[in-house]
Design a protein. Structure first.
Length: 243
């Protein structure tokens, strides 16, 4: 039975993905900054799905701890899924460097730090899967998501490069780009129902795409074409738009 490591497991999407993989009979390793919050999820997974489920302390911003964190995992995960991320209010972050830096360091630097470690292990083993949950916000820079979107753009580029780097070593890297999702992070936002997914829908799509070894996945599927249109708007026109 293979093992899945969920980085950012207290998030709504993280919990949904953990339960989906558990339902498909994968053992689960839940990792988050506040591991005590995962005890109820751990118990539910063990009882409902009959798989092993462990809890681990992980802080994306404590880069110096990442090597030891991965080293102490037993067994080592066959699949590593990075879900953690933060989205502060853009106007507030623009005026506050500490918030800007925290978004960049969490959404990009922290992810690169821990996924590099997982990738090196998988490359040496010649087998493994890395899944990075990013965002459609990274497909083109927009004023409304300037800091968040640019951090996700960097993460998208990293995952693309890592996929290229790992291909010859039988390590698969999948990029997941959700559009709007109903989560605690977006609970104060008015989201268009047609364009918005639930965490369970994200989890179902991630698992199906993982089985098919897809490279880049948009959730919902039509976000690929929405973002294609946005990416192809000429810059002289795009800079005048309020997006």
């Amino acid at each position: 039975m293979e093992t899945v490591l969920i980085l950012g497991a207290t998030s709504d999407i993280g919990i949904a993905i953990a339960k989906k993989f558990a339902a498909e009979k994968y053992n689960i390793q839940l990792a988050a900054r506040r591991p005590a919050q995962l005890e109820a999820v751990q118990s539910d997974i063990k009882i409902r799905f009959g798989v092993d489920c462990t809890i681990h302390a992980f802080d994306a911003l404590q880069y110096h701890t990442h090597s030891l964190f991965f080293e102490n995992l037993n067994p080592k995960p066959d699949i590593t899924i990075s879900i953690f991320g933060i989205m502060d209010e853009e106007d507030v972050a623009f005026e506050n460097w500490n918030l800007t830096q925290r978004m960049i360091d969490t959404n990009y630097t922290g992810a690169v730090s821990v996924l590099n470690i997982a990738a090196k292990f998988y490359i040496k083993r010649k087998n493994g899967t890395i899944i990075g949950v990013s965002s459609v916000a990274g497909d083109r820079g927009r004023a409304s998501k300037m800091i968040y979107g640019s951090s996700k753009a960097a993460f998208n580029a990293y995952l693309s490069a890592l996929r290229n780097r790992c291909y010859d070593d039988n390590v698969h890297v999948m990029t997941v780009k959700p559009g709007f999702v109903y989560t605690r992070m977006t609970e104060n936002m008015k989201l268009p129902a047609l364009l918005t997914s639930t965490p369970n829908q994200v989890a179902e799509s991630v698992f199906k795409s993982f089985e098919k070894r897809k490279n880049v996945v948009y959730i919902k599927w039509f976000w690929r074409y929405i973002m294609l249109i946005i990416k192809n708007i000429p810059e002289f026109q795009f800079k005048k738009m309020k997006l």
